[in-house]
Design a protein around this ligand. Sequence first.
Ligand code: FES
Length: 170
Amino acid sequence: MSTAGASASETGYQPVFTGEAMAALEALFERYPTKQACMLPALWMVQEARGWISERAMAEVAEVIGVTPAYVKGVVTFYTMYHTHPVGRNVIQVCTTTPCSLCGAEDVLRTILLETGCEELGRTSPDGRFTVQEVECLGACGFATPIMVNDDFIESVTPERVAGLLEGYK
Ligand code: FES
């Protein structure tokens, strides 16, 4: 398979889907109507194994499920929960859609960027602990500002609560 488009850092790319991982994916194939329908779980497997999904990994997923790399990239870039670049140990998602924005989400976001040391959206803190992302409605508009830290859903976050919340994530 062509590796065109892979970055230099991926020259020594090790496939994810070998051995146990391939066996796990093949077991999934049995449970879905088509291989293509396994794309989301296959991408999760990549992200769990590598922490993010590189162009080369997208090409690998495309090959194992039988679609084009462009199709896989379209899916990966549609969902904010898939990371297309390396991230910190803890990924923080902050809702800044209009209802939360009107209730102070921008202040929460600014405080999180400051407290984590990330400074900018999408950037990882110098200690590797955090990456901060802005996301659309998290479905808790009545509890502004909601954030997610990895799989933890936290409602009613205020700038005053941020420092204490972050202490729980090393
Ligand atoms: S707008 Fe923020 S949770 Fe819905």
